[in-house]
Design a protein around this ligand. Sequence first.
Ligand SMILES: Cc1cc2nc3c(=O)[nH]c(=O)nc-3n(C[C@H](O)[C@H](O)[C@H](O)COP(=O)(O)OP(=O)(O)OC[C@H]3O[C@@H](n4cnc5c(N)ncnc54)[C@H](O)[C@@H]3O)c2cc1C
Length: 382
Amino acid sequence: MVNFQLDEMQEMLRELAHEFAVDEIRPNAEHWDLNSEYPKDVINAAHEMGLLNLHISEDYGGPGLGSMEEVLVNEELAWGDPGFATAAYATSLACAPLITGATHEQKDKYLRMVAEDGALASYAVTEPGAGSDVAACKTVAVRDGDDYIINGSKMWITGAGKADWFFVLAKTDPNAGYKGMSGFIVDSNSPGLSLGKKENNMGQRCSDTRSITFDDMRVPAENLCGGSESGGWMNAMKAFDMSRPNIAAHATGLSRAAYEHALQYSGERQTFGKPLHRHQAIQFMLADMKTKIEASRMLTWKSAADSDAGISNTESAAHAKRFAADTAMEVSTDAVQVFGGYGYSEEYPVARLMRGAKVMQIYEGSSQVQRMIIGREITKDL
Ligand SMILES: Cc1cc2nc3c(=O)[nH]c(=O)nc-3n(C[C@H](O)[C@H](O)[C@H](O)COP(=O)(O)OP(=O)(O)OC[C@H]3O[C@@H](n4cnc5c(N)ncnc54)[C@H](O)[C@@H]3O)c2cc1C
């Protein structure tokens, strides 16, 4: 049976996240963006409210909720502010490869730290010369007794300046392609680890994005994550099946916020003797925005439901992420159009939303990469 109705617990969780967005996120969003201020206190408050890292199991101190509950919450947080949603979600992304590939001891230490103490973490895979093409990564890890010694650098790492630990992908066998890539859990105070300056990004400016350099950094061999040295890449990629429904939910929340602002404004602004939304060209624009938002949400829910049902969601998560991210860019751009000249000014939130949408087509696998994944999935049995 297909049922699009949420159960009572899901409705309550969504309502809780919405109220949190109204009370704690929206009033601060403009200030955070203008000042590039990391929303640490509000991330802590969201943690205390039980709105973050919902996928950590009860065995490790988390609530053990499903992907569906996570996307409901994430749509609301991004409706509040997409920069906040990204900053707050970085830890969940870092936790994903631990959930799928860490030992009990690793989970008990690092996932518990997140669930119980509100520790923050970052997922560090991209490098200056390797983004979409992860296998081109140059960071190397060499075994030395009970340690690995890691040298290299990472780029564009969300939350890097605030993280207590990192999930890092490095090559233990540079000649073995994907199979030579290994995952490591790295404490942020490891000697040899240094951070770059906070990037001056176009949008989502409250989120902390930095480079990281590893200079003869020692990591205990027991922090190898992913089952074996050769298991790192596959495990790191599996994380995206868990995270992409949430990025799609962020994009849906952003689109919804932009649409709601545009709808309201279209009733307030009069041109040629009637409200903007009485002009059919504007009404059709609003209608298209709404259709695309509904479709984004349905794809997002489908990918989350697949995951919760134990069905491979690689393809459905790619559909959701690609469509919702492209929709966020289109809808926020159209929202600026509905506002006319006022939309182009930072006086109104739609300009910030449009700037914030762009990165959704780039990170967590760009829109082109999602199409590559979908293409691979639909042709693999031919
Ligand atoms: C704000 C921000 C936060 C980020 N946070 C993180 C993080 O926390 N952790 C992390 O590891 N990474 C993070 N990233 C990195 C992000 O995942 C990469 O930027 C992304 O994967 C694209 O890689 P790239 O920038 O190297 O672009 P490239 O890989 O150089 O691609 C450039 C362009 O070419 C396109 N392209 C590339 N190859 C193909 C192809 N084969 N066919 C068609 N088109 C192609 C891409 O879609 C893109 O449009 C973040 C990036 C940003 C901007």
